[in-house]
Design a protein. Structure first.
Length: 162
């Protein structure tokens, strides 16, 4: 069962500058300091490239997540596709949720359109359905994921339009 959120914003700056700023782990972490706890790309320059693995610690909907993933495809400054598995330790369980995203930048007349579309793929089992229901219904997970992602984009806009 997929939970998908599409977020976008227009930034008055070049795709190259947005890409370089947003993919600096220091800036990514600063884009949502209440929820981002650190990001490392396992590359010489600590930046995303196709096939580079990464490790991010964060909170989503007030749940700690330890996300390990890989950049499936990166074409600077146009598109980045990532996937991974986030481990959410809840009570005595470690719940593993596959997650991923598509980040695109498209230059238009009014600026660069930055889109970050993310997903969480809850297991198709009774346990997965219960977790999905709690996440969406009780913890307002869809709104939390949207707010989390939009806060990042808004930060980039504010910093790059100064």
């Amino acid at each position: 069962m997929l939970l998908k959120q599409n977020t976008n914003i227009t930034i008055k700056n070049s795709p190259e500058k947005i890409w370089d700023y947003a993919h600096d782990p220091v800036n990514w972490t600063a884009s949502n300091p209440e929820e981002h706890l650190g990001l490392v790309f396992n590359s010489r320059d600590n930046r995303p490239h196709t096939e580079v693995t990464f490790h991010q610690k964060e909170t989503v909907a007030n749940f700690y997540a330890d996300l390990k993933g890989q950049i499936m495809y990166a074409d600077r400054p146009k598109v980045l596709v990532w996937t991974g598995v986030a481990v959410y330790p809840i009570l005595f369980f470690k719940i593993r949720i596959p997650e991923g995203g598509l980040l695109t930048l498209e230059e238009k007349e009014d600026g660069t359109h930055l889109n970050h579309n993310v997903f969480m793929d809850f297991p198709d089992s009774v346990f997965g359905k219960v977790i999905h229901w709690f996440f969406v219904s009780v913890f307002k997970g869809e709104k939390a994921v949207y707010n989390h992602t939009y806060k990042e984009l808004k930060f980039f806009k504010e910093q790059l339009e100064k």
